[in-house]
Design a protein around this ligand. Structure first.
Ligand SMILES: Cc1cc2nc3c(=O)[nH]c(=O)nc-3n(C[C@H](O)[C@H](O)[C@H](O)COP(=O)(O)OP(=O)(O)OC[C@H]3O[C@@H](n4cnc5c(N)ncnc54)[C@H](O)[C@@H]3O)c2cc1C
Length: 294
């Protein structure tokens, strides 16, 4: 379920460090020559990763101090793409650094014990006097915020798409199960209540899918309202996805609650999509502000 952002990685100096292919999300996939690795990224919703009080000082050379909670793949990934504060100049004071796993001063917390997303390890990333050469900087000093913002729209679409996929699977499972399961002498699919629930699940899923595809077209085309649409699509797809999976669990009755059946895992896995890549409250803030700016 970890979302991926693809960067072409050629290390060795400012002019050719990384070319971002901005289409993306929270976990990065880095193509380092012929090596394909993945890494964690700070999502810019609250603080900007390394808190200003403990940010990089004297760049170059970069000396990183600070921690970042909730990094997908932390400790497993070979490369960490980090947005770090390199000056007090608000958004222009954020730079993008690539930190390799074996860099002295980089360490990781214990794996978090989570409700779901158990296929994707999550842990804290810790920087203690971690020295990063200037050759590991992506783009120019101060480009980090721009890179991160450019990637977030795509990341939100990825998370929304994960919810659509999980919800579609659970809808399909619910259709099959309700035709099979009999109560009061008939398949539960014959009850009007069941049909109404399935109809609403399918309608909500298609509406969320249509908005997500529209937002994807806007992001691909670089439309001026692409960020509003990806925030709307992420919010709708993830909220609708969780509701559809919850309804599927209900239609499975007690069996939906059992690990022997597939629904409960989707119920747990999709729950985090309303939190990741910016919470759905933050999505509403983005949409509301953009509407009022017009
Ligand atoms: C399994 C998992 C994997 C993750 N992987 C990564 C990763 O790889 N990289 C990464 O960088 N991050 C990752 N994250 C972090 C994730 O992006 C954050 O948890 C998420 O953005 C929310 O931030 P927070 O936890 O600090 O919540 P908070 O910002 O503390 O929010 C708490 C509550 O307050 C609300 N709130 C906050 N600010 C406002 C506001 N201004 N207005 C209204 N309501 C507000 C929120 O909506 C929420 O309900 C991961 C998290 C999880 C759980």
């Amino acid at each position: 379920m970890q979302t991926a952002r693809v960067w072409r990685f050629r290390k060795g100096g400012n002019s050719n460090v990384l070319a971002p292919n901005l289409g993306a999300a929270a976990g990065f996939v880095i193509l380092a020559g012929s090596t394909v690795t993945s890494s964690g990224l700070t999502v810019l919703t609250g603080d900007l990763g390394v808190s200003p009080g403990s940010a990089v000082t004297g760049f170059p050379p970069g000396i990183l101090n600070g921690t970042k909670q909730f990094i997908s793949g932390a400790g497993y990934n070979d490369i960490y793409v980090c947005m770090v504060r390199t000056s007090d100049d608000r958004a222009k004071g954020i730079s993008c650094l690539v930190v390799e796993k074996d860099t002295p001063g980089l360490s990781f917390g214990a794996p978090e014990k989570k409700l779901g997303w158990n296929a994707s390890p999550t842990a804290q990333v810790v920087f203690e006097d971690c020295r990063v050469p200037v050759a590991n900087r992506v783009g120019a000093e101060g480009d980090g915020f721009r890179f991160a913002m450019a990637g977030l729209d795509g990341g939100r679409l990825n998370i929304g798409a994960c919810s659509l996929g999980g919800a579609q699977r659970c809808l399909d499972e619910a259709v099959a199960y309700t035709k099979d399961r009999k109560q009061f002498g008939q398949p539960i699919a014959d009850f009007q209540n069941t049909q109404f629930m399935l109809a609403d699940m399918a309608t909500d899923l298609e509406a969320a899918r249509a908005l997500l595809y529209l937002a994807a077209c806007k992001v691909s085309a670089g439309a001026p309202d692409k960020s509003r649409f990806s925030a709307m699509a992420k919010r709708l797809a993830t909220d609708s996805g969780s509701r559809i999976v919850n309804d599927a669990l209900q239609l499975f009755g007690g069996y939906g609650y059992l690990r022997d059946y597939p629904i409960e895992r989707f119920w747990r896995d999709l729950r985090v999509h309303s939190i990741l890549e910016g919470t759905n409250q933050v999505m509403r803030m983005i949409v509301g502000r953009d509407l009022l700016r017009q």
